[in-house]
Ligand binder design. Structure first.
Ligand SMILES: Cc1cc2nc3c(=O)[nH]c(=O)nc-3n(C[C@H](O)[C@H](O)[C@H](O)COP(=O)(O)OP(=O)(O)OC[C@H]3O[C@@H](n4cnc5c(N)ncnc54)[C@H](O)[C@@H]3O)c2cc1C
Ligand code: FES
Length: 258
């Protein structure tokens, strides 16, 4: 479906945020769901590419959604070159969302993983849930949406591997420190929602298991069709294989078999 681009703004050397109109014919997205985007009619790339819904809002009778993307290849280069008023081809929303239940939510993002977590933060704040965010990246220009998270009322800590912003180290160091410093009783009320590179998600999963907290992980698996047809996005779970696009991309950490 062709959707009109309302705004496309550069945030850093390789990150951009695009706002598109959300047609009434599409279901309203949930935090954690993704859309499949095509920018070319040629066969390179052959398949659409998945992008998490970064934000969603309604004003009057119209709605719009935002995508936050890192420019890494042909589709994201095309997105970066699309001007307001032009259109992109988008299908969705697909997949499972994050869990909005739970007393206290900790959001952990690495790099572009902040994309779906910002939408989750907005919904949790609307539901008056207690939350905090930990955002990490290799360097300052890969740490996005920190001020925006604080502006909507989400306390946000930052870590960068090179120490250019926030604490020097991994975002999972922030998570480990936070979990270490609280009581077993409080840990029972916490839900960790995380999105980022696989190594980061594995560490989040290990910490969640060590401290007995619930964790929901959004996986960045390579996808082709995005709708359960091609079997190209299998994820190993403790009970066999699941399709990331249909059963995920958000999974309970404890069901995944790394
Ligand atoms: C559910 C889901 C949600 C996503 N949401 C976002 C988002 O909100 N913002 C965002 O910037 N990106 C997101 N991604 C990743 C995005 O879909 C890829 O970066 C996409 O391939 C970019 O397309 P491209 O044509 O620009 O580059 P491509 O040519 O497809 O990719 C460029 C390079 O990145 C590698 N690559 C692509 N995808 C992956 C991957 N999953 N894991 C490891 N390497 C990969 C390719 O092998 C290639 O070398 C998401 C992925 C998934 C599965
Ligand atoms: S991407 Fe085709 S089945 Fe998941």
């Amino acid at each position: 479906m062709k959707v009109r681009v309302e705004e496309n703004r550069r945030l850093s050397a390789d990150f951009q945020r695009m706002r598109v109109e959300w047609p009434g014919a599409l279901p309203e997205p949930l935090p954690g769901q993704f859309v499949m985007v095509r920018t070319r009619s040629s066969t390179d790339p052959l398949w659409r590419r998945p992008f998490g819904v970064h934000d969603f809002s309604r004003r009057g009778g119209s709605a719009s959604a935002a995508l936050l993307y890192q420019v890494v290849g042909p589709t994201t280069r095309d997105l970066a070159a699309t001007a307001a008023g032009e259109s992109i081809d988008l299908l969705g929303p697909f997949g499972s969302g994050f869990d909005l239940r739970g007393k206290e939510h900790w959001l952990v993002a690495g790099g572009r993983g902040v994309a779906p977590l910002f939408f989750l933060a907005r919904r949790l704040i609307e539901g008056v849930r207690s939350l905090r965010a930990m955002i990490g990246g290799c360097t300052e220009s890969h740490v996005m949406q920190v001020e925006e998270l604080r502006e909507i009322g989400c306390p946000t800590e930052v870590a960068t591997e090179d120490g250019s912003l926030g604490r020097r180290g991994m975002v999972t160091d922030l998570l480990a420190g936070g979990l270490e410093g609280i009581s077993d009783e409080r840990r029972k009320d916490i839900v960790v929602s995380a999105c980022g590179p696989e190594g980061m998600l594995r560490r989040v999963s290990g910490l969640a298991s060590a401290y007995a907290v619930a964790a929901r992980l959004s996986l960045d698996t390579l996808m082709a069709c995005g709708q359960g047809y091609c079997q190209g996005c299998t994820v190993k779970t403790r009970s066999g294989y699941s399709l990331c696009c249909r059963e995920g991309p958000v999974f309970d950490a404890e069901v995944l078999s790394w």
